[in-house]
Design a protein around this ligand. Structure first.
Ligand code: ZN
Ligand code: ZN
Length: 342
């Protein structure tokens, strides 16, 4: 291998990407170096690009949907070997010693690292990642398909499997986009009676193809009423980052139902508390998962042939990939195909 690599970096908050040639990083004793095959472009990369997250230092290479193979191993790492096919997601490592870590809740680590935010991520030919933040990637999954599963996939899969829904329960997914088109597939594969809710009637056929049993066109009818006709939802997974969309489904939950929000709106959400009291229901939030959660997501996706709908870009086309993602035009996840650049 050569001593230098290509990387797309943000020189300072709000600046344009620069694709530069820079030294290949060496892994610290507790890290592995990943030769990156593909990296997804996620809406949370806006935090890095625009500097809207506290504590990002620049220049910084974003990217927290990283798939590749281990190409060098730090001296203290025993769980990974050169050649292992691996990925890294948003959760970029934990301290093992804070209160949350001592209770085994690594996602809530007070000193958690974030891939592509507190350290350089996967918009590059190589990235170094803490060993505990690495997930094994099944051989059969294409790197470009696997990348979005490390963020959009694990977020929806983990939110559903940590909910109270059981096979046969009515589970609705609000929004058929980057997160929602995966949420519908996971809900179907988990055996739920799956309802896709969208304000875009043209998403109907896709939603049904992805495994939805019902499609509710929320531009036409009240989604809460539609869910009540089905007996009330046990879980509504809300992926649409819209306060109106969240407010409009709270009335659709049945007894002990839960609206689980994974798409974060920019403003507060008014909620019908009377309905929550009447159903003993709740509105809650969920964010991603740790490396083992990511690996579970990848393994289940492989088992059930669940893949994202993606648009591929080369590293040189990072601006176009980012613009399509940020303008919500990408169908449905933009991915940098870095190995394909050769
Ligand atoms: Zn993400
Ligand atoms: Zn910790």
């Amino acid at each position: 291998m050569t001593d230098t690599m290509r990387a797309a970096m943000v020189p300072e908050a709000g600046a344009d990407f620069e694709v530069v040639e820079k030294p290949v990083p060496d892994p610290a004793p507790d890290e592995v170096r990943v030769a990156v095959d593909a990296c997804g472009v996620c809406h949370s990369d806006v935090f890095v690009k625009e500097g809207t997250f506290p504590g990002v230092s620049y220049p910084r290479t974003p990217g927290h949907e990283v798939v590749g193979h281990v190409d060098a191993v730090g001296d203290d790492v025993s769980m990974w070997s050169e050649g292992d096919r691996v990925g890294a997601g948003w959760h970029g490592g934990h301290c093992h010693s804070c209160e949350a870590c001592r209770r085994g809740n690594f996602l809530q680590c007070e000193n958690a690292e974030i891939t592509g935010l507190t350290f350089d991520g996967g918009y590059a030919e190589y990235a170094t990642v803490p060993a505990e933040a690495v997930a094994a990637v099944p051989e059969d999954l294409d790197a470009v398909d696997a990348a979005p599963l490390l963020c959009a996939g694990v977020t929806t899969y983990n939110a559903l499997r940590n909910s109270d829904a059981s096979a046969g329960d009515v589970v609705a997914v609000v929004g058929v986009g980057g997160l929602g088109h995966l949420g519908v597939q996971y809900a179907h594969a988990a055996g739920f009676e799956t309802v896709a809710i969208s304000r875009s009637p043209e998403k109907r056929d896709l939603a049904l193809d992805l495994g939805a049993d019902h499609f509710v066109d929320a531009s036409e009818r009240d989604p809460a009423e539609a869910l009540q006709e089905l007996g009330g939802a046990k879980v509504v997974l809300s992926t649409a980052p819209s306060a109106d969309a969240i407010e409009s489904v709270v009335g659709g939950i049945g007894t002990d139902g839960d609206v689980v929000v994974v798409g974060i709106p920019g403003e507060p959400v008014p909620v019908d508390i009377q309905h929550l009291v009447g159903t003993a229901g709740s509105v809650s939030g969920w964010g991603s998962g740790d490396a083992r959660d990511s690996q579970d997501t990848l393994e289940f996706s492989d088992l059930r042939d669940i893949t994202p709908v993606v648009e591929r870009f080369s590293l040189d086309d990072v601006d176009e990939a980012y613009d399509r993602m940020v303008s919500n035009e990408a169908r449905f996840r933009a991915v940098l195909d870095i190995a394909g650049d050769d």
